[in-house]
Ligand binder design. Structure first.
Ligand SMILES: NC(=O)c1ccc[n+]([C@@H]2O[C@H](COP(=O)([O-])OP(=O)(O)OC[C@H]3O[C@@H](n4cnc5c(N)ncnc54)[C@H](O)[C@@H]3O)[C@@H](O)[C@H]2O)c1
Length: 318
């Protein structure tokens, strides 16, 4: 299959790119390297260092004629979206429209969009949210993601493109950037490696759903082939359904990484939701997808990667 992946130099996109290549697909990456790294991209992928908002995207689509577009490029910081909603929308809304428009003009059959369950549903009460949970986006980032889901559905209904939305929970794993805003696991592990105490905001009893990146990768592989309904966009939560408090997460990380310092607590940040857990049963039923890597194992693998990566960086710097 000819696949074009946007954001393929990033944490999730590069892991997905590796899996697409390993499955025998022909892969082109579009990424401006604003938060991703060229080191993440497998040599066998063709790489275009281009902003998704750029008119040059059309020429890339003319050249590549992808059958499937897997859209991961985004401004991913919720905090930055709060500070600069317009800049966020320029990338996350207008950039996405540029991608979808090029896909339509150049015969792409299917669009897969990396959305967010964690941010779109807003504050939750009760059981894990399924895809029918009301959407109450509370940040410009989440508003943009929800808007793009609607634009995608418009492209499906109007131009007949097959549309798949993957609403991720809190993804963690190798290659996550600890310098960004997102990714509590990466931030904690980087701080431990530096001998610094990680910060827990609030009382640490806020609840999240942590899904390992390899499981997100298998969801993307399944999204290439899943039957899509004619009359609606196929939307799937990609999470574990397992509720984990940040305090509990920290305890597992302590067991895995044996830090020399404890975490310390700071006042809760405004805009952080108390509870976010996704019900993945629709993905199990229709996508044939289930998370396979438990939190303890995923954190152990992630820690091993951070240690090895830090060692490699130190050796390069020496
Ligand atoms: N990490 C999570 O927990 C999570 C949760 C829900 C949704 N998502 C979504 O998954 C996708 C990937 O996120 P990630 O965590 O891998 O982040 P990331 O920052 O590692 O990846 C984003 C990639 O997009 C690229 N990019 C950014 N702006 C661009 C632009 N204007 N033009 C071209 N490329 C651009 C970056 O350089 C980077 O390589 C994003 O769409 C994000 O919103 C992530």
């Amino acid at each position: 299959m000819r696949i074009l992946i946007t954001g393929g130099a990033g944490f999730i996109g590069s892991n997905v790119t590796d899996a697409f290549l390993a499955a025998g697909h022909d892969v082109a990456v579009v990424d401006d390297l604003s938060s991703g790294s060229a080191d993440n991209i497998a040599p066998r992928a063709r790489v275009y260092r281009v902003d998704i908002r750029d008119a040059a995207l059309d020429g890339i689509f003319a050249e590549e004629r992808p059958e499937v577009v897997c859209h991961h490029a985004a401004q991913v910081s919720v905090r930055r979206s709060v500070e600069a909603p317009q800049a966020d929308a320029e990338i996350n809304v207008l950039g996405s429209l540029n991608v979808f428009g090029a896909a339509r003009r150049h015969g792409t059959r299917r669009l897969v969009f990396a959305s967010t369950g964690g941010a779109i549903y807003g504050e939750q009460t009760g059981p894990p949210a399924d895809e029918t949970h009301p959407c109450r986006p509370r940040s410009p980032y989440a508003v943009a993601k929800l808007a793009v889901e609607h634009y995608l559905d418009y492209f499906r209904a109007t131009f007949g493109l097959e549309a798949v939305v993957l609403r991720y929970a809190n993804v963690y794993g190798p290659r996550q950037d600890p310098h960004g805003e997102a990714g509590v696991v990466a931030i904690f592990m980087q701080r431990i490696l530096a001998g610094l105490a990680p910060t827990i905001f609030g009382d640490g009893e806020q609840v999240r759903d942590f899904v390992y990146v390899e499981d997100v990768v298998t969801a993307n592989l399944a999204a290439l082939r899943v039957a899509t309904p004619r009359d609606e966009t196929a939307i799937f939560n990609i999470g574990t359904g397992r509720a984990t408090t940040v305090n509990a997460l920290w305890r597992v990380i302590e067991a895995v990484a044996r830090p020399t310092v404890g975490a310390y607590y700071e006042p809760v940040r405004s805009g952080d939701v108390r509870r976010s857990v996704l019900d993945p049963s629709r993905a199990a039923r229709l996508l044939g997808w289930r998370p396979a890597v438990g939190l303890e194992e995923g954190l152990a693998r992630t820690w091993a990667w951070f240690v090895e990566h830090a060692g490699r960086k130190a050796a390069e710097a020496a």
